[in-house]
Structures are given as structure tokens and as C-alpha cells.
Design a protein around this ligand. Sequence first.
Ligand SMILES: [Zn+2]
Length: 244
Amino acid sequence: MPEGPTILFQKNKLQRFKGKIVSEASGYGEMDKSALHNIKLMDIDAFGKYFLFIFKDFFVTVHLGLFGSVLVNDRKKVNASFALHFAEGEINFYVTKTKLIEGRPQDHFNYKVDILKPEFDAAFVLNELQTKYGDEAIGDAVIDQHVMAGVGNIIRVESLYRSKIDPRSLVKDIPEKKLVFLIKTTLMYAQEFLALTKTKGVKTEALVYGKKTCPIDKTELLVEVMGKVKRKTYVCEKCQKLYK
Ligand SMILES: [Zn+2]
């Protein structure tokens, strides 16, 4: 599944359509597309794992899910689930979930939790974690899109390894300064991920994701589908502390 930095990277490639007129929207998706006819596309943004197409009184969110993809001025053999047509070209989405929402994105999404937005607020995220997620395993909480939007499984696994925290630790058992460090590490790694997306080297450059041994002590990693999120997790039990 694409993570926040991948969406941001792809969103930046769509900017040529900003300010252009949408002549028509198509696709087999169920969303009512009648409003998307001869209307100016004010802006294209991203929130977490969503693309945001912003119009004057509403916006459209597009989520790629597990198998989604996007093509500009190019088509696959299968039908697009959602497509925007312009005099200048077209954007085609495949296997996506699309939603039309009235109002502005910032009234609907909390920009303070997006790991790639300048509005990100580490103190807010820390407080949310401590007050609402105390009894959750940190491995589940860190990928919850209400805690930190844009975190996917690679960012989750790498940030927990780099912060030396075992994902099975409960949030309430982790010292505050370690949580602060984890939030900071997640943000830094998201930027690294974004830079690597441009060279497609995210998986090769990962320290433990998709690997068998710890790069520091060569210990065999614990590789297991774990937590409520049921995502494949890589842990070095020597480097990552299980807080109790
Ligand atoms: Zn290790």
C-alpha cells in the first residue's frame, strides 16, 4: 500500500492541472460526478494517504488502497475507477476509493497529524497518544491515521526500529522522552522515504523492513504478523526494548 510520501510525490507530479478546468469526470466508481463538469480545479493537495482535488465549495478525496494506481495522459487496458478530463490532458485512477465532501479539507482533516505537512504538531500528537492510546500497543497506535496520517507499514517498522522501541510495548509504559523521540524519528524517516521515492530505493535502503538480520548486531529479526493491525512486522529483540 502506498504510504504518505509516495502520495505526496505523485501529487506533485499532478500540479500541471492546478487551475485548469475539469471538462468532465468519469470512471465506474459510485460517487456522483455530476458536479465535476466545466469546473475549475483550484488546487491539488494530499492528506495522509489521500489525494485531494479541491474545488470552490467541495473537494474530492482519492484513496489508492492496496492495489490502486494513477496515470497521467496514459491509460491501462482496464477501466479507470475515477478519471478527470481536461483540455490539457487527463488523470486516470485505477482501483481507488473516491469521495466528494462539502467544504474545505482542513475542516474535515486534522492537518496537525499529517507527518508531511508543515502544520504537523508533535506536542499535539504526543498528547493524543498519551491520553487516548495508553492501552494500545505502540505498533498499532503509530500507524493509526488519526495519530499520524501518512504512516504506512514501512514507515511504522523502520521508525520503531530506529527509535529502539519494541512494537508490542503499550503506549502508557513507554517513557515520554522515548515517545517524543519516536515522533521525531517518524518525521525524519518520512522525509528520507520521500527522497528515496524519487530514486525508488525505499526497500533497498530500509534497515529492517524486508530484511532477515539486524544491521547492527546481526541478530536474526523476529518477523511476524502482529498487533491488532495484523501487519507484517520486523523486530530486533536485542535493539528494540519491550517496555512493561
Ligand atoms: Zn539489533
